[in-house]
Design a protein around this ligand. Structure first.
Ligand SMILES: NC(=O)c1ccc[n+]([C@@H]2O[C@H](COP(=O)([O-])OP(=O)(O)OC[C@H]3O[C@@H](n4cnc5c(N)ncnc54)[C@H](OP(=O)(O)O)[C@@H]3O)[C@@H](O)[C@H]2O)c1
Length: 155
């Protein structure tokens, strides 16, 4: 049994289904406390009902593709979650169409999610750097999962 996750805080952006929810479940099982951020209120409530059986979890509703909602989320991360050790970025959409069939609106949808993810991540890493204890950022991409450690020093 891993003990390294116990008493650690995780933030999972996109944690109401799929990869994000599976990671939330795993981290809760290993003793971390988890905050999930998702867009849809009903899905958030359903995810929390499921995840609560595994450990200490809370949920925030925010659409990471919306600039105002992302600014509010960044404020909450700064003020309410300064001690996050693990950030998992799994918010995303999969549009089942070919590259040639994508419209400008489709492209904007992808880009806006990436924009919000970028700046929410920046705030989490800023907190990690200020704490000088490092942390871990897991970033899903269309092809792979990228894991990056944040050094335990500022700069
Ligand atoms: N599953 C795979 O095998 C796989 C492989 C490679 C890459 N990916 C990519 O990884 C991402 C996650 O995949 P998944 O299978 O876990 O998808 P999923 O089951 O659809 O989960 C996506 C999560 O992201 C949230 N989300 C979507 N848009 C959001 C927004 N604007 N703001 C906040 N939360 C948002 C969803 O919540 P709401 O429903 O509330 O919006 C949900 O919790 C997708 O981009 C997918 O294309 C998946």
């Amino acid at each position: 049994m891993y003990t390294e996750f116990q008493h650690r805080q995780a933030l999972i952006i996109g944690g109401s289904s799929g990869i994000g929810q599976a990671v939330a479940e795993t981290l809760l099982n290993y003793g971390a406390s988890v905050t999930v951020v998702v867009r849809n209120f009903d899905k958030l409530q359903a995810a929390l009902s499921h995840l609560k059986q595994f450990g200490k979890v809370q949920g925030w509703q925010a659409d990471i593709s919306d600039r105002q909602e992302t600014l509010h989320l960044i404020e909450r991360i700064a003020n309410e979650l300064p001690n996050v050790h693990y950030l998992v970025n799994s918010a995303g959409v999969f549009l089942p169409k070919t590259f040639l069939d994508h419209s400008e609106a489709d492209c904007d949808r992808y880009l806006n999610i990436n924009h919000g993810t970028f700046f929410a991540t920046q705030q989490v890493v800023r907190n990690m750097a200020q704490r000088e204890q490092g942390g871990l950022v897991v970033q899903k991409s269309p092809e792979r999962v990228v894991v990056k450690g944040v050094p335990n020093e500022t700069g």
